[in-house]
Design a protein around this ligand. Structure first.
Ligand code: ADP
Ligand code: MG
Length: 569
């Protein structure tokens, strides 16, 4: 076939494919336009997963009568006018592509009116052509009606999923837009029935509750920091994947894997293996530091200094969680205390609803269905009066608000983990009698070179012999006693950093191992002074309530629970 320039209508359909991937993309673009037009309320209705009809109506600024026909032209936008504007984009849209793309692949009606105009204007188009404009009645604002999406692109239609699946995507999309703009009232109707609505209160927590249900309200930790605002959830609530973490940068919903991992890594210390938190966080960054012109759908962005942002985010989250994570109240009759030990016995909570149900507070008649809401003011270990040890495994102490059982191994693990993390003198090193060798691939060598000093501070002394060969000369004191090929072990940990199923950071993994090997074991008998010292050290930890793997270090039997058990209430 000879080279030829494609007809305009075909070119438009190809270009539309980048922006309008599926019905949810249409909903996203239309809502973003409404938000850019300062809407305070946005009503969305869809039929048949959005394939038959998508209707989005807003009370924003509207489109001036003279501009209406331009809006469906490619690269027609009111939001930027020069290259310089690209360096500091404050609006959600700026590419001038969305309405043209949607018009090219649907039957489109736009009705709009500004406050200055007496009447509304209505534009109609079919496949981006046969454009007609007429006057009509209508309020200030814009209503856009998209029917028969992809009627002229059968290939794209074939790739759409079932109406139910497309509806789910639209719900998810609207919920994220609502989270990003809690001051705007959103309503979503699916086939004539309202499935989601927000009040426009301005509080992200309220949107979060509208998404996840009232059961979650007790578990929320609102976050208001200059860098990051939003809502965290107590680590007692978790699910089996990372989709519960929603991230926004300057109120734009973004898919930033690295930042999502930062959030889940902070929580990893607080929850069982393979479980992930719920959170919705907006990062407020200088617009100059964010490049949003990376992707036609604008969901991918680039940050000027992503590593620094991740570091700051980690720091904020750690300190907020340190303040707010409460001790697990002991479940009645001690029945489920061991459920933490084997993740396999945990009911699956992949569905958010499931996660919430799992942690429903005990019911009114004192039932035993789950964990209660976190305590407002749990004891700190400083307030403990040590009573002793049972089973050479648990420590017993009295706190102001009840009796505490402390898992000696988990507690000590937490203490050692933070000692390594904060480079306290406990983190000592011991020379190996025989250095151990390890050979790494070039990308792993790069990682090792960048981290060799941090490893040294943890107690691992590594020396390069060129061509990927390294010698391990010293290991942390706690590891030295165990005869083991630590060289091979370090190599495996570094290599696993690329495994997507695996928690990323090798440094973190090594800290865990040091803490675990150094900690007293179940079965070790402790003297009274040792227990007092351990609880004192635990008190100085940032996250004293869980071991580094997220299991609780302590559980509590409150005075109220004791009274109930003995029939005193
Ligand atoms: P962009 O958002 O990138 O500017 P769009 O194709 O999404 O491009 O929209 C084109 C233009 O149409 C916008 O720049 C804006 O001026 C106008 N527009 C679209 N939707 C609305 C709306 N709901 N309210 C007011 N103006 C709108
Ligand atoms: Mg737009």
């Amino acid at each position: 076939m000879s080279v030829q320039v494609l007809p305009a209508a075909l070119a438009a359909k190809i270009a539309a494919g980048e922006v309008v991937e599926r019905p949810a993309s249409v909903v996203k673009e239309l809502c973003e336009n409404a938000l850019d037009a300062q809407a305070t309320a946005i009503a969305i209705s869809i039929e048949q997963g959005g394939l038959r009809r998508i209707h989005v109506e807003d009370d924003g600024d509207g489109i001036a009568a003279d501009d209406l026909s331009l809006t469906v032209r490619r690269y027609a936008t009111s939001k930027i006018s020069s290259v310089d504007d690209l360096a500091a984009i404050r609006s959600l849209g700026f590419r001038g592509e969305a309405l043209a793309s949607i018009a090219a692949v649907s039957h489109l009606d736009i009705r709009s009116r500004t406050a200055q105009d007496l009447a509304a204007q209505q534009l109609s188009a079919v496949g981006g052509e046969h454009i007609e404009i007429r006057s009509t009645a209508g309020p200030v604002g814009t209503a856009i009606d998209v029917r028969h999406l992809f009627f002229n692109v059968p290939a794209r239609l074939a790739f759409c999923k079932s109406p139910q699946a497309e509806t789910q995507r639209i719900i998810q999309c609207v919920q994220h837009l609502a989270l990003s703009q809690p001051a705007v009232r959103f309503t979503l109707n699916v086939n004539g029935r309202e499935v989601f609505a927000t009040t426009g209160s301005g509080r992200m927590e309220d949107v979060f509750i509208a998404m996840h249900g009232h059961e979650l309200a007790e578990q929320l930790i609102p976050l208001d920091d200059p860098l990051v605002q939003g809502v965290l959830v107590q680590p007692t609530v978790h699910r089996g994947n990372r989709t519960g973490v929603s991230l926004f940068v300057n109120s734009r919903w973004v898919q930033q894997r690295a930042l999502v991992y930062t959030v889940t890594d902070v929580y990893a210390e607080l929850m069982p293996d393979g479980r992930y938190p719920l959170a919705a966080l907006n990062l407020a960054l200088p617009v100059e530091d964010v490049d949003v012109n990376v992707h036609p759908q604008k969901s991918d962005i680039r940050l000027r200094d992503a590593a620094r942002v991740a570091r700051q985010l980690r720091h904020v989250l750690r300190s907020v969680l340190a303040q707010h994570v409460a001790v697990q109240p002991m479940r009645q009759h001690f029945q489920s205390m061991d459920s933490w030990r084997s993740p396999g016995t945990q009911p699956s909570a992949d569905q958010t609803r499931g996660a919430v149900d799992l942690f429903r507070p005990p019911d009114a008649n004192g039932g035993t269905s789950g964990i209660g809401p976190p305590d407002a003011a749990p004891s700190t270990p400083a307030e403990f009066r040590v009573l002793g040890q049972i089973g050479a495994m648990y420590l017993i102490a009295e706190g102001v608000d009840g009796m505490y059982l402390i898992d000696q191994h988990s507690a000590h693990e937490r203490v050692l983990y933070e000692a390594v993390l904060k480079r306290l003198p406990e983190a000592q090193s011991q020379q190996l009698l025989e250095p151990q060798s390890l050979t790494l691939s070039p990308t792993h060598v790069q990682w090792l070179e960048a981290n060799v000093e941090e490893l040294q501070r943890m107690g691992f002394a590594l020396e390069s012999f060129g061509a990927g060969a390294w010698l391990l000369r010293a290991v942390p004191l706690f590891l030295a006693e165990k005869g083991h090929d630590w060289g091979q072990f370090v190599k495996t940990v570094i290599e696993q950093k690329d495994n997507p199923d695996y928690r990323g950071d090798p440094l973190e993994r090594l800290r865990w191992v040091i803490a675990c090997h150094g900690a007293v074991k179940a079965g070790d008998t402790l003297a009274h002074e040792q227990i007092v010292a351990l609880l004192g050290a635990l008190e100085r930890c940032d996250l004293a309530r869980t071991c580094p793997h997220g299991r609780p270090t302590m559980v509590r039997l409150s005075h109220a629970q004791l009274a109930r058990e003995f029939g005193r209430t």
